[in-house]
Structures are given as structure tokens and as C-alpha cells.
Design a protein around this ligand. Structure first.
Ligand SMILES: CC(C)(COP(=O)(O)OP(=O)(O)OC[C@H]1O[C@@H](n2cnc3c(N)ncnc32)[C@H](O)[C@@H]1OP(=O)(O)O)[C@@H](O)C(=O)NCCC(=O)NCCS
Length: 198
């Protein structure tokens, strides 16, 4: 059975080969991938390779990317957990959405679903996030759902040979329990990929 997280208006599930075309549509817009080391997609082979990589990462327990599907409007983007430290019970969250979904319920609800998975099922105590200091939209979108900005990590990323600072944010389990994100109803069906249950 497939693994899904279902909320009031969204379903999160691992991306499969049948999602490559939708991913291509969503991330061939340069505005969407502007802050990333990859993209915009210019050929279908790129999201096809990404979907394969996701399957390997699920198998290895290194990264858990999920397709965000709006129950009415269809595929909206990707949200994922990465950089796991099981000793410290922490990981990072990252999100990208097709431009039509910016400024809608999708950022808030997808972050609530993935936070539920991280804190309640994977036993995390902290979920962190990064934003480029110039990406004010992303910074605001994280703060709006309860992530606390903790500082700036200097030269943290290297894109095209250039080092970039990032803002670092965190949400602790206690912050989550006391905030609006934990109040979102989530149903989990299917098996959580076993490599993440440590
Ligand atoms: C980051 C992302 C997931 C956020 O989702 P979103 O739906 O756009 O977020 P929201 O609309 O809920 O929140 C954005 C906030 O930034 C504000 N905002 C938008 N553009 C802004 C700008 N140029 N400067 C400052 N604030 C801005 C919005 O008004 C909103 O604030 P509000 O909640 O106070 O009204 C989405 O924009 C996206 O996929 N961007 C491209 C990929 C990306 O950058 N991902 C993040 C990598 S760190």
C-alpha cells in the first residue's frame, strides 16, 4: 500500500514516475527555482531522474520528499525532510510550490502535515529550515507558521561556485505542540518507509 498523509485539503505521498510531467510543469518556471541549486527544468528527463533519486533516498533513509497534491487542484509541489540526525532527534524541512499555489493554504497545510510526521511518527525533537536572506517570501512563510529565526549561517551553501549565507530557523517539539500547526487534522495511511523509523 502507498504511504500517504492526508489533511483537510492536501495529500502528501512519495513522488512516483507518473508525477514527472506534473513536476516538470510546476518547476519549469524560473521564479519557482530561483533560490535553488537546480532548475528550472528544461527537459522531462530531469524530474524523471529526481523521482528515481527520491526512491533511493527513501530506501536509504537519507531524505523523505513528498509530492504535495491538492485534493481539488492536483499536484502543487514538493515538501521534504532531510539532514536527519537521529542521535539528536532533528532534521530539516524544505518546500517548493508551483507559482499558482503561492499565497494559498498549501504552504501552511503541507508544513503542518510534514511536521506531524516528523514530531509524532519519526520522533524528532527539532525541525529546522533554511531561507536565503534575500528570499523574503520564504522567510515570511516560515515565520508565519511558527518557525523561529535563530541566526545566519555564513557561506553555508555553494551554488555555481559561489558561497551563500542562509537564515536558519527552528521549530521544537514544544513549539509545535503549543502552536497552530499541531491542530491540523492528519491521517496517515500505509507504511512509513522503514529506513526512517530509527
Ligand atoms: C516559499 C514558498 C513555499 C512559500 O509559500 P507561499 O504560499 O508563497 O507562502 P505564503 O504566501 O503563505 O507566505 C508568504 C508571505 O510572504 C509575503 N511576501 C510575498 N512576497 C514577498 C516579498 N517579496 N517580500 C516580503 N514578503 C513577501 C506574503 O505576503 C506572505 O506574508 P503574510 O503571510 O504575512 O501575508 C513558496 O513561495 C515557494 O515555493 N517559493 C519558491 C521556492 C522557495 O523559495 N522555497 C523555499 C526555499 S528556502
Amino acid at each position: 500500500m502507498g504511504f500517504t498523509l492526508t489533511g483537510p485539503s492536501l495529500i502528501l505521498r512519495p513522488p512516483g514516475p507518473g508525477d514527472a510531467e506534473a513536476l516538470f510543469e510546476l518547476a519549469s518556471n524560473p521564479e519557482v527555482t530561483r533560490w535553488f541549486s537546480w532548475g528550472p527544468y528544461t527537459e522531462l528527463a530531469e524530474p524523471e531522474a529526481y523521482v528515481e533519486l527520491c526512491a533511493q533516498q527513501r530506501e536509504q533513509g537519507t531524505q523523505l520528499d513528498m509530492m504535495i497534491v491538492d485534493k481539488q487542484l492536483g499536484p502543487a509541489g514538493i515538501i521534504g525532510l532531510s539532514e536527519f540526525s537521529y542521535r539528536d532527534r532533528r532534521c530539516m524541512v524544505g518546500t517548493w510550490l508551483g507559482a499558482d499555489f503561492w499565497g494559498t493554504h498549501v504552504n501552511r497545510e503541507s508544513k503542518a502535515l510534514i511536521a506531524h510526521l516528523g514530531f509524532e511518527r519519526l520522533g524528532m525533537n527539532r525541525i529546522g529550515a533554511y531561507s536565503n536572506p534575500e528570499n523574503e517570501r520564504s522567510t515570511r512563510a516560515l515565520e508565519a507558521v511558527g518557525y523561529v529565526q535563530e541566526g545566519v549561517l555564513r557561506d553555508w551553501h555553494r551554488h555555481d561556485g559561489k558561497y551563500l549565507d542562509v537564515n536558519i530557523f527552528g521549530m521544537l517539539r514544544g513549539d509545535w505542540l503549543g502552536g497552530e500547526q499541531a491542530a491540523v487534522e492528519v491521517a496517515i495511511e500505509g507504511e512509513i518507509p522503514p529506513a526512517f523509523l530509527r
